[in-house]
Design a protein around this ligand. Sequence first.
Ligand SMILES: Cc1ncc(COP(=O)(O)O)c(C=O)c1O
Length: 387
Amino acid sequence: MDQEKIPPSFKLERFFAKYEFSVKHLLCCSDAEAIQMTDLIARADEECKTMWNNLQLSYIESTGHPLLRAEICKLYPGITPEETQVVVPQEGIYIAMKAFMDTFVKDKPASRPHVIATFPGYQSLYGNLELDGADVTYWKPQYCEDKGWEFDIGQLKTLLKPDTKLLVVNFPHNPTGWQPNHQQWQQLIALCKERNIYLFSDEMYRLSNNTETEALPSACTLYNNAVTLCGLSKTFALPGLRIGWLSTKNKELMEKFQSFRDWLTICSSTPSEVLAIIALRNKDWVIEHTMNIIKTNLTILEQFLKKHSDSLEWHRPDASTVAFIKVKNKVLKQHSGSVAKWCDYLAHHAEVLLLPSTAYDYEDGFVRIGFGRRNMKEALKTLEKHI
Ligand SMILES: Cc1ncc(COP(=O)(O)O)c(C=O)c1O
């Protein structure tokens, strides 16, 4: 087999595959505590109850159930069901990147399209493009001891090349939880418009703002060449449904998404789509479930990190279910200066799982902590014995 063609390891997913179902206290998950199916079904309106009770386990529309797409569109003023494609979230990234590359390469065969992507980040957001031969420049956040993480739009401008084709962003950002303010977001959109750059906006953590910040308007509602990815895995606390969507006003891209999906899952799971309709019709209740957990956990976490500020340093993130915390020398020196070694040690000896920054191929010295699960108090109590 051609070694060059074997996909590189998806480091974060391999890390979770190793530990997620064996370590007792998961303290780095990006999903919120999942909603119970019985609780969700209890919220179904008459139409959904009938659909659920009479559900035939057949194939479903490849673009997604019309009622589901209608609910999704309520999140995005001006977006129609025809401008929305239901996908598995991870599949959505794959499909979108294939569609972008297809567009760029058809425009200019044998070229290496230039792309800028937020980094560190969920690996498929830049990895798919790298695998397909794009020239990817990373847009990295700065870490400031007094302010925490921040992506600088001024710096983004310096990364642009005359032929930059695509900007890939993920705000609220996994793993830092940072999101731009409204003005910065508008600047970023304006930059893409001005330079005719496509925008892929991973908004999987949208609507999870835990500070004074508000959710940003989705990219697909602001720019015709923007694609929004969102789904039910994070803020909506339903990762097991495997339901997400791509929304864009760009008709050509939408047609490509549909074509590429035919080579992958073809259509979603029918029961998942019905449950997704119920969830979106009860959006406020679902989000409140997640936000209540996040708010409680952030208070606990804040106290814990204050107490252990000689070992760990953080700044409360704007949104999302995760923070990227600095690990200080006091801890690192006991583990040969490596967060990966500390995390392995914790997994084996403390039954606590933290995600090392090296799983993102990012510099050593940070860990991702997740605060969307109900186990926070217990997990921190155990962690405390090992810092
Ligand atoms: C930023 C981001 N995008 C996409 C995904 C993929 O979501 P899913 O695992 O539900 O396919 C994740 C998962 O962690 C993520 O963090």
